[in-house]
Design a protein around this ligand. Structure first.
Ligand SMILES: CC(C)(COP(=O)(O)OP(=O)(O)OC[C@H]1O[C@@H](n2cnc3c(N)ncnc32)[C@H](O)[C@@H]1OP(=O)(O)O)[C@@H](O)C(=O)NCCC(=O)NCCS
Length: 218
């Protein structure tokens, strides 16, 4: 059976995740090819040693099974592509680096990308297409929605709920909640790099600073 894997996106995010994708296949002793998909490409080219092509060309490639990691930081774009892949019968592909630490009772939905040095501890539920960049961690009893993005070094402590499409910037630190009262990061909220989040963040707002405060849009 032939399999073809792809990393969707050949910009910074995709080129950082391709080595993670390669590690994933080496661990699985799977010698299949991994290509880049990038819709700005008119013809097949090479990026960092891999064939790169647009989505239409990828669909025309012959393989019994195709699986795609959507390596695009913008979660709305990630969702749109995930829906298109589903409609075309192509699997979402989860990848993780060799040194990722996964502890007990973790439910991780399809399409995740866990970069080097990510740790996910115990009793944690994570939705579709989660991106956890370098050195991020998720502590016990967290619930993370679909299409959530962690930039490098995010510290997500225990009993935190993060709703769909939230974006957590580099080095942000989120205070733990309690089992009765989890700290909630609302749907589509943005936490700025370096923020220290001490209480729940409403849906759709941006917070920055220590302690994190809502930034009014100009
Ligand atoms: C919070 C954030 C989303 C705001 O972006 P933006 O809307 O483009 O905002 P601006 O850059 O116009 O900044 C608006 C103001 O907030 C300040 N600000 C921006 N980000 C800040 C942060 N993380 N902490 C504190 N202040 C911040 C700016 O200095 C500016 O202040 P001023 O009005 O006094 O000049 C962005 O700065 C951020 O932190 N993004 C995450 C970046 C990241 O983690 N990248 C990782 C890539 S892998």
């Amino acid at each position: 059976m032939t399999k073809l894997y792809a990393v969707y996106g050949a910009s910074g995010c995709g080129r950082s995740l391709m080595p993670v994708a390669r590690q994933q296949l080496v661990r699985a002793q799977d010698a299949s090819e991994i290509v880049f998909i990038d819709d700005s490409l008119a013809e097949i080219t090479r990026v960092n040693g891999h064939r790169a092509m647009n989505y239409t060309t990828f669909l025309d490639e012959t393989a019994d099974e195709k699986a795609v990691q959507i390596a695009i930081a913008n979660s709305r774009v990630r969702e749109k592509i995930a829906n298109r892949l589903e409609a075309d019968g192509i699997q979402l592909w989860s990848i993780m680096a060799d040194n990722v630490v996964l502890m007990d009772q973790i439910e991780l939905a399809a399409g995740a990308a866990l970069s080097p040095f990510v740790s996910i501890t115990s009793n944690i539920k994570i939705g579709k297409c989660f991106h956890a960049n370098l050195y991020s961690y998720v502590e016990h009893d967290c619930v993370i929605g679909d299409f959530v993005t962690f930039a490098p070094g995010v510290k997500c402590n225990g009993n935190i709920h993060i709703e769909d499409h939230a974006y957590i910037g580099a080095g942000a630190m989120i205070k733990q909640g309690t089992p009765d009262q989890p700290l909630v990061i609302g749907r589509g909220a943005v936490v700025g790099m370096g923020a220290v989040v001490t209480k729940s963040v409403p849906t759709g707002v941006t917070v920055v600073g220590n302690p994190a405060r809502i930034v009014e849009s100009k």
